[in-house]
Ligand binder design. Structure first.
Ligand code: ZN
Length: 409
């Protein structure tokens, strides 16, 4: 077995582990160094650092401190990596910890984080998922079980100083267009809860004031939340600083396309086994600005779907011009409405779209004025027939339409 170069203790505060950080900054010191061709294991805590508990009360989701996220393991330096190279990362495997066989999914309250459907689900709720080998099910969402498409929600290299300055500039310009918005338009640097890894206290204080938050995906990859970037994938990351500085975290047991519930997929602590190599000067050679990757040769086999269409006309009937965001929201709302006909509460249906191997597709972006997006719901995750037929839907789940999941108590 490969060497574990970063270890975590789930009982310890993330702030006490100097091989963990929660901001992006070029000067965060490497937590470990490896050579091209090496493979190694990195352990990760869950993205919130243990703020969410395995129980039936969503007050922890409601009160979560989002300035602390995401806790990442790293950065790992790779000998010989220089700006302009591509860091080739093989995700050899990902697994769960023996004493942590569960994950969580939640909806943030609109006042603290929000989510893709926050106008429809403004209160905090959560569902807990138990792992059984490669399968998962939830006591909060009956009659579904599926195989995990396990992946890191967040992985990427440290930015250069120039790139960091550019991120801060463009995100601040966006926030300035509506500075009082709830939830905010972007998460700007925030010093108080920054964890700058092995940086000494004085340097960390200065750097934290400008260090980027980990919330959005950016040119380096970062928080892309791509379910198909799963174990078995090969990723090509742009390198911006000497050594590259690869960090990873936010492990997901499974996720639907879009991670629409925001808190988040099925979130877990666990370990990831990686191998690194370099393509010298690869960014220029291949014209790479954002990461590219090859998918895993192994994926859960769900090939029958019920596919919901959505167009860019919003809930109030307003026409939007080729707006894919509005169209995907409608596809999701259509799927939720459909699932309630089988007895699921709306919250159960929403949670399922965030957790199950649901596919989202951009289907049409030219047919003015409507974009068309589709939501692909795998039918085989249900232990009953969820397809339409002449008899009409049969109530299969002992729930009811507006009962909350695990509410905040
Ligand atoms: Zn996540």
């Amino acid at each position: 077995m490969a060497e574990t170069i970063i270890k975590v203790d789930l009982k310890q505060s993330a702030y006490e582990n100097d091989k963990i950080h929660n901001r992006w900054h070029p000067d965060i010191p490497m937590a470990a160094t490896v050579k091209p061709g090496d493979d190694f294991i990195i352990e990760c805590i869950d993205w919130t650092g243990g703020q969410i508990a395995n129980n039936d009360d969503a007050s922890d989701v409601r009160d979560v401190d989002l300035t602390q996220v995401h806790f990442l393991s790293g950065p790992v330096g790779v000998e010989g990596a220089e700006p302009g190279d591509l860091l080739v990362v093989d995700i050899l495997d990902i697994g769960t910890f023996e004493d942590s066989q569960w994950g969580f999914n939640g909806f943030f309250s609109k006042q603290n984080g929000g989510g893709f459907l926050t106008e429809h689900f403004p209160e905090a709720q959560k569902s807990i998922w138990d792992f059984n080998g490669m399968f998962t099910k939830s006591r909060h969402i009956p009659r579904v079980e599926f195989a995990g498409l396990i992946h890191p929600g967040l992985i990427g290299c440290l930015p250069s100083a120039e790139m960091l300055a550019e991120w801060n500039k463009r995100e601040q310009e966006l926030v300035d267009t509506d500075p009082d918005r709830v939830p905010p338009l972007a998460a700007m640097p925030y010093e108080d809860t920054a964890h700058m890894g092995r940086m000494n206290a004085d340097e960390a204080k200065v750097a934290a004031a400008e260090a980027a938050r980990t919330v959005p995906p950016r040119e380096h990859g970062g928080n892309c939340d791509i379910k198909d970037l799963s174990r078995g994938s090969k990723v090509y990351f742009p390198v911006y600083v000497d050594g590259g500085g690869l960090s990873v975290g936010d492990l997901h047991f499974s996720q639907g396309d879009g991670e629409i519930t925001f808190c988040g997929a099925i979130e877990m602590a666990g370990w990831i086994h990686l191998r690194v190599n370099l393509v010298k000067d690869g960014m220029k050679k291949y014209g790479v600005k954002n990461p590219i990757f090859k998918p895993s040769p192994i994926t859960p086999k769900y090939d029958d779907y019920l596919i919901f269409e959505g167009i860019s006309v919003d809930e109030q009937g307003k026409q939007h011009y080729l707006d894919v965001n509005v169209a995907y929201r409608q596809a999701c709302l259509n799927a939720i409405e459909y699932m309630t006909k089988f007895g699921y509460s709306k919250a159960q249906a929403y949670a399922l779209l965030g957790c199950a191997p649901v596919q989202g597709h951009i289907s049409g972006v030219v047919d003015i004025p409507n974009a068309c997006a589709t939501l692909w719901l795998p039918t085989d995750i249900f232990d009953f027939d969820i397809q339409p037929n002449a008899e009409g839907p049969k109530i299969e789940v002992d729930g009811s339409v507006d009962v909350p999941l695990a509410p905040d108590l």
